[in-house]
Design a protein. Structure first.
Length: 127
């Protein structure tokens, strides 16, 4: 199995049990190992206004994940994406993180990343 980077929307759907059966199977196989998330996903997940129980679930997920921060390579890739593509900074950071680590991005927001040809994307809702 290859390496994956989990986008915020997929982590959210997983934590809220809003994935189809095949998506859940994929996410179980990924999260049985140590899941990879961007620091952007960590920030976005922790920014939810939610119940204490859900926040505890989110914090457990993050604790169990490999949180990938910004480094020079990711920063430069992000800058290149922002200059060449019409993409928001958080999405550019997530895409750059996946590209820098040769990870496949797991996201339901395919359109946000569709113009980045080198980026491998799987939508867990379309398996």
């Amino acid at each position: 199995m290859g390496q994956y980077l989990i986008d915020t929307n997929t982590a959210s759907n997983l934590l809220q049990a809003k994935l189809p059966e095949n998506g859940i199977a994929l996410m179980r196989s990924i999260t049985d190992a140590i899941p990879n998330i961007s620091v952007i996903t960590k920030i976005e997940l922790l920014s939810w206004k939610t119940t204490e129980a859900v926040e505890a679930l989110v914090r457990d997920f993050i604790t169990d994940s490999n949180v990938l921060g910004l480094d020079e390579e990711i920063t430069e890739l992000c800058v290149g994406l922002r200059r060449k593509k019409s993409i928001k900074t958080p999405d550019a950071i997530i895409a750059a993180t996946a590209l820098a680590n040769n990870y496949t991005l797991i996201t339901a927001n395919e359109k946000d990343f569709s113009n980045i040809k080198a980026l491998k994307v799987i939508n867990p809702h379309k398996l």
